[in-house]
Ligand binder design. Structure first.
Ligand SMILES: Cc1cc2nc3c(=O)[nH]c(=O)nc-3n(C[C@H](O)[C@H](O)[C@H](O)COP(=O)(O)OP(=O)(O)OC[C@H]3O[C@@H](n4cnc5c(N)ncnc54)[C@H](O)[C@@H]3O)c2cc1C
Length: 386
């Protein structure tokens, strides 16, 4: 039987490998890096910080797919302890409740927004300026974009509706960090007979069915196809280990600047040494702004939510995420307009900027499942995937 080759051992590549192998296909996966996981890697103990992905959304099909196979868990959800420490930055002040403009937007959740118009102009008419800005600030955490107002109204509003669903809280925290989940996925793939080669960078797509799960930039080079681009965010990232202080916020959602601070060691204390906290912060960068300016704005956000944090630092890491935070759809475009899964000649794409629905990494999982279904069908394995 023909082998399916998968290039890339991140969330998308491992999902595709498991899905193909579950249908009985012979699978070979190449990962350029020495370790699997891509953006879903975590740092080593004692400070376990996720490089990219932070939470899974339990109200989405990708979570159910992972959970059914025992790959997601153990996971933690939020408790009253975390809810009590939710804070919002609005008008330069730290609030314990959502400000009125955000409540006004929440009351209009039932509205539908159009694809063709920008969120800024649609919001101005339907929500008013203050509520539009508050929604844009709230969504910094899932867009990594300083100006969500320039994006398609439907893209932004659908995400607002998703994160403000009455079923909240849907976020799930993978105990021990995302690296653990990647380890479980790799073990499952190997159990199913997948051959995984790490430290194996592919420079020419092999013949036969191939799933390219490398991220769009690498896929563009690998396939020599300049059309493989899509809009994505740009953010400064700051991770902190701090000695614990009961006064620390759990979350600061920065409605003024789109920033976000979260103390991940609250739902999962294994992420930091005893009596310490692990906090990850992100700030979408404005046009022309560099990482250091973003970090300076993050430090001011930390000043609000983490009293005297500068005297408590035990570990610190800074990074820039540019084009690494998933797809953003501009006015007139939806996920269906992103680079298609089928590229011809048996080549298929999977990843978080590919034509598939979902929020952040859900796009990577959804596109991987679809690419796997098509690759398996192409070699005559047609059993319905569950
Ligand atoms: C800061 C940040 C925060 C995020 N937060 C969240 C979140 O909270 N929730 C969420 O759902 N998502 C989040 N995301 C998005 C999520 O991390 C990604 O959507 C997901 O990890 C993408 O997985 P992937 O497999 O498509 O790509 P990647 O993880 O980039 O994997 C691609 C892999 O391909 C390999 N590769 C590249 N070229 C080659 C080659 N030529 N040969 C062999 N291998 C190759 C790479 O080494 C890499 O391992 C976040 C992302 C970032 C950056």
């Amino acid at each position: 039987m023909t082998q399916i080759t998968i290039i890339g051992g991140g969330l998308a590549g491992l999902t595709a490998a498991i899905a193909c192998a579950e249908e009985g296909a012979d699978v070979l996966l190449h990962e350029a890096h020495r370790t699997l996981g891509g953006r879903a890697r975590s740092t080593a103990e004692p400070y376990v910080a996720n490089d990219g992905t932070h939470v899974l959304y339990s109200d989405g099909a990708p979570f159910r797919w992972l959970d059914r196979r025992g790959l997601a868990g153990p996971c933690r959800s939020l408790t009253l302890k975390e809810f009590r420490k939710f804070r919002v930055r609005y008008d330069s002040r730290l609030l314990a409740r959502p400000p009125r403009p955000l409540v006004r937007a929440l009351l209009k959740r039932g509205l539908d927004a159009p694809v063709h118009e920008s969120f800024a102009s649609w919001g101005q008419r339907h929500l008013g300026e203050e509520a539009t800005n508050a929604v844009a600030g709230l969504l910094g955490v899932v867009t990594y974009e300083a100006d969500p107002g320039r994006l398609s109204a439907k893209f932004v509003w659908d995400r607002f509706r998703r994160v403000s669903r009455p079923g909240f809280p849907s976020p799930r925290y993978v105990v021990g960090g995302w690296g653990r989940m990647i380890g479980r996925m790799a073990a499952r793939a190997r159990d199913l007979g997948v051959t995984i080669e790490t430290g194996s960078r592919v420079t020419e797509p092999p013949s036969g069915p191939v799933i390219v799960a490398t991220g769009l930039d690498a896929a563009r080079t690998l396939l020599g196809d300049p059309a493989l681009t899509w809009e994505s965010g740009r953010s400064a990232l700051l991770d902190l280990g701090l000695t614990r202080d009961p006064a620390d916020a759990f979350v600061v959602s920065d409605l003024d600047e789109g920033g976000f601070l979260e103390r991940y060691s609250s739902p999962d204390p294994t992420l930091a040494p005893e009596n310490e906290s692990l906090i990850q912060l992100q700030m979408p960068l404005r046009p022309g702004e560099g990482k250091n300016e973003g970090i300076a704005r993050l430090e001011r956000l930390a000043d609000l939510g983490l009293p005297r944090w500068r005297d408590r630092v035990t570990w610190r890491r800074e990074a820039l995420a540019s084009g690494r935070t998933g797809a953003l759809d501009l006015p007139g475009l939806t996920w269906r307009d992103r680079p298609a899964i089928d590229r011809g000649d048996g080549v298929r794409l999977a990843g978080d900027s590919v034509a598939a629905p979902g929020l952040l990494s859900e796009v990577a999982v959804n596109s991987a499942l679809e690419a796997a279904r098509r690759a398996v069908a192409s070699i005559g394995k047609t059993r319905q995937m569950k």
